[in-house]
Ligand binder design. Sequence first.
Ligand SMILES: Cc1cc2nc3c(=O)[nH]c(=O)nc-3n(C[C@H](O)[C@H](O)[C@H](O)COP(=O)(O)OP(=O)(O)OC[C@H]3O[C@@H](n4cnc5c(N)ncnc54)[C@H](O)[C@@H]3O)c2cc1C
Length: 309
Amino acid sequence: MSVARTLLLKASNSKWLREHGTKAPFVRRAVSRFMPGESFDDMLVAARAMAAEGITAVFTRLGENVRDLAEADGVAGHYLEGIDRIRGLNLACEPSIKLTQLGLDIDRELAYGHLRDLAARAHAAGNYLWVDMEQSSYVDVTLELTRRLRGEFPRVGVCLQAYLYRTREDLVELMGRGIGIRLVKGAYNEPVGVAFPRKSDVDANYVALAQVMLEAGSRAGGARPVFGTHDVQLIDTIRRHAATIGVKPAEFEFHMLYGIQKATQLRLAHDGASVRVLIAYGDYWFPWYMRRLAERPANMWFVAKNIFG
Ligand SMILES: Cc1cc2nc3c(=O)[nH]c(=O)nc-3n(C[C@H](O)[C@H](O)[C@H](O)COP(=O)(O)OP(=O)(O)OC[C@H]3O[C@@H](n4cnc5c(N)ncnc54)[C@H](O)[C@@H]3O)c2cc1C
């Protein structure tokens, strides 16, 4: 793992930096590259603009490790209202949430209660509910609650991280239950005991897992195979493999983040691939933004340009 990535991921957990760094105007300018604004309405404007370009959306309000009951209730309320508003607008825009945002650190049943309410509302609206994946210490509980949810609602998916050694086993088991999988490389600082330390190994594992996800047997239960990546080479490899084994472009999806590889998003949509873009918004953006910088330390140039430019 590069030193820059390690430092940026450590900084993402710093309370001091979160409280002080986020006030600097140059940081706020730099972050706007990755998010259209702090409000739900800002997100809607971006989602509608993308819809006009043939790209659908996923929305997430930034936040994690909520330790206050009222705040967790507020987050759940925000998403419930959001799902209703999207239904009213007839927009293809799916919610994606972090369990620690719904109070998982306070009480697991509290978080499940909120999760269940969101899945019920999404189900009633003909929508789909995505569950994000956080640090490795949360994987077991996240998967356990997602399986439970799938027992009650059909349109549920979860994010799995290719950097974890355990992911192949999880992936096969979850797809067998008809749970959608959004495969990503993984955004956190993980110990070598649980995750591949070398990027080349993560990339190789991603390809191997993608092949499993595209197999007819994996998709038989109706699970959505989603590839959450901006890695153009990887995307091309997946598309070529799908074509070789006769999987149609409509049978799998690519999800990317707002503001990253926009040209690739448009090219894929133009080529007939299914593309969704995850739009994050909200005022709790510091740890999330630091993880975006860690993914590509060259992004530090954008920060520098905003300081001096
Ligand atoms: C839709 C979606 C949902 C996600 N959800 C989760 C989640 O729930 N849990 C989790 O751990 N991780 C999540 N991630 C983040 C993911 O784990 C990776 O950290 C991130 O996607 C970068 O990896 P990559 O696959 O794009 O490949 P990389 O090899 O990191 O990047 C490939 C290329 O993409 C471009 N690129 C990638 N990241 C950036 C960036 N930040 N800024 C500018 N260019 C960039 C660069 O050109 C880079 O060379 C999600 C990612 C996506 C796209």
